[in-house]
Design a protein around this ligand. Structure first.
Ligand code: UT7
Length: 332
C-alpha cells in the first residue's frame, strides 16, 4: 500500500501590509468593527509591478523544495488551486510550470475557492496512491485585492480578503501520510459568494465588456451572513466525517488548520471540538482570508514555528464559495 506524505511546505505573501486603519481611508469602517467581527488586523496586497499569482506560487514552491531537500526537477505534476488566475485562461498551473522551468509535465487547475487546496491535496493523494506520480506539487495562490470593491458598498466583503500563496510537496511513502480527504459541494448556493464576470452565462452581445454597464459583476459578491451560517455547520460536519472515517476522536487531533475565513468561525469550531489555543493555528489576524492559499500558508507557518511534529495528527478543514467544503486528516 502506497501513501502520500507532505515532505515540504512553503509560502509567500506580498510585502505591502494593508492595515484596518488604511482601509478606513477608503471605506466607512473602523478597526474595532473589523477586529470584533473577523479578527483581522491587517492583510497583504500585491504590488502589480512584481507580484503575480504564478510567481508568488513559484516563491512558495522554492521554499517548500528547500525544506524538503528537493529541486524543481523532482516535481512530476502540478495541481494549482486558485479562483484568481493570472489570465481568464489558460490557468496559472501552466504559468507556474513555465516559471519553474518544468516544460512538459502536467499542470491541472482547480477552482474550488476556499476548499481548493484540500480538493487539490485529494487529487495529488490519489495520483500518488495509484502510482501515477511519486512527487506532486500542490499550490493554493490568490490575488483577491484587485477584484475587491474597496468602497463602502463592498465593505462586508472587502475588509476580509488578502493575497498570498502556499505550496505543499507530496511524495509517495510506505507509511501514512494523508489518511483521507472528504470533499463536498452544494451548487444551490453558487451565487451567495461569487464573481459573475467574465463568465459565459451572458448572451453573446452582453458578454462583450463594452456592453456591460454595471461592472460590479466583476467584483466579489458575498452574502456574508448566509455564508457564515452554512460555514459553522459544514466545518463541524466535515471534520467529524474525517474523524469517523479513520476511527479517530477529536482528542486525537494535534493541530487543526482551518481555512482562515473569519476568526469567529475558527473559535466556534475550536470550542465545539474542545481544543486549546495551541491546537488551532490561526494567522487571519495578519493575512486576512486568502481563499485557496490560506490553508497552505497557515500550515507552512505552523511548520516553521515547530507546531507540526513527526507523528502529529493534523486536521485541515475548509468551507467557501460553491458552496464547497472539505477536510483532510494527515499523520505527519
Ligand atoms: O472564505 C470564504 C468563506 N467566507 C466566510 O466564511 C465569511 C463568512 N461571513 C463573515 O465572516 C461575516 O458575515 C462578515 C465578517 C463578512 C460580516 O459580518 P456580519 O457580522 O455577518 O455583518 P453583517 O453583514 O450582518 O452586517 C452587520 C452590520 C450592518 O449594518 P446594519 O445593517 O446592522 O446597520 C452592515 O452594514 O455591519 C455593517 N457592516 C460594516 N460596518 C463597518 C458590514 N461591513 C462593515 C464594515 N465596517 N466593514
Amino acid at each position: 500500500m502506497k501513501y502520500s506524505k507532505i515532505v515540504g511546505l512553503g509560502h509567500h505573501v506580498p510585502d505591502t501590509v494593508i492595515t484596518n486603519e488604511y482601509l478606513t481611508n477608503l471605506i466607512d469602517t473602523t478597526d474595532e468593527w473589523i477586529v470584533e467581527r473577523t479578527g483581522i488586523k491587517e492583510r497583504r496586497y500585491i504590488d502589480h509591478t512584481k507580484d503575480t499569482v504564478a510567481n508568488m506560487a513559484a516563491r512558495a514552491t522554492r521554499m517548500a523544495l528547500k525544506r524538503a531537500g528537493l529541486t524543481e526537477k523532482d516535481i512530476e505534476f502540478i495541481v494549482f488551486a486558485t479562483i484568481t488566475p493570472d489570465y481568464f485562461f489558460p490557468g496559472s498551473g501552466v504559468l507556474l510550470q513555465r516559471e519553474l522551468g518544468l516544460e512538459g509535465i502536467g499542470a491541472l487547475d482547480i477552482r474550488n475557492a476556499c476548499s481548493g487546496f484540500i480538493y487539490g491535496l485529494s487529487v495529488a493523494d490519489q495520483y500518488i496512491k495509484t502510482g501515477a506520480y511519486k512527487t506532486v506539487l500542490v499550490i493554493g495562490a490568490e490575488i483577491q485585492s484587485t477584484a475587491l470593491d474597496l468602497t463602502t458598498r463592498g465593505r462586508n466583503t472587502a475588509v476580509i480578503f488578502g493575497d498570498g500563496a502556499g505550496a505543499a510537496i507530496l511524495q509517495s511513502s510506505d507509511k501514512p501520510g494523508v489518511l483521507s480527504t472528504h470533499l463536498h459541494a452544494d451548487g444551490r448556493y453558487a451565487e451567495e459568494l461569487y464573481v459573475k464576470d467574465p463568465g459565459s452565462s451572458r448572451p453573446h452581445k452582453e458578454r462583450q465588456p463594452e456592453q456591460i454597464l454595471d461592472t460590479s459583476s466583476f467584483k466579489v459578491f458575498m452574502n456574508g451572513n448566509q455564508v457564515f451560517k452554512h460555514a459553522v455547520v459544514r466545518f463541524m460536519e466535515v471534520i467529524n466525517e474525517a474523524l469517523n472515517a479513520n476511527n479517530l476522536k477529536k482528542e486525537d487531533i494535534s493541530l487543526l488548520v482551518p481555512h482562515q475565513a473569519n476568526l469567529r468561525i475558527s473559535q466556534f469550531i475550536q470550542e465545539k471540538l474542545g481544543l486549546t489555543d495551541d491546537q488551532v493555528y490561526n494567522n487571519i489576524m495578519r493575512f486576512g482570508n486568502t481563499t485557496a492559499a490560506s490553508i497552505p500558508i497557515a500550515m507552512s507557518e505552523a511548520f516553521g514555528e515547530g507546531k507540526i511534529k513527526e507523528n502529529d495528527l493534523v486536521c485541515l478543514a475548509a468551507f467557501g464559495s460553491g458552496f464547497t467544503w472539505a477536510s483532510s486528516l494527515i499523520r505527519w
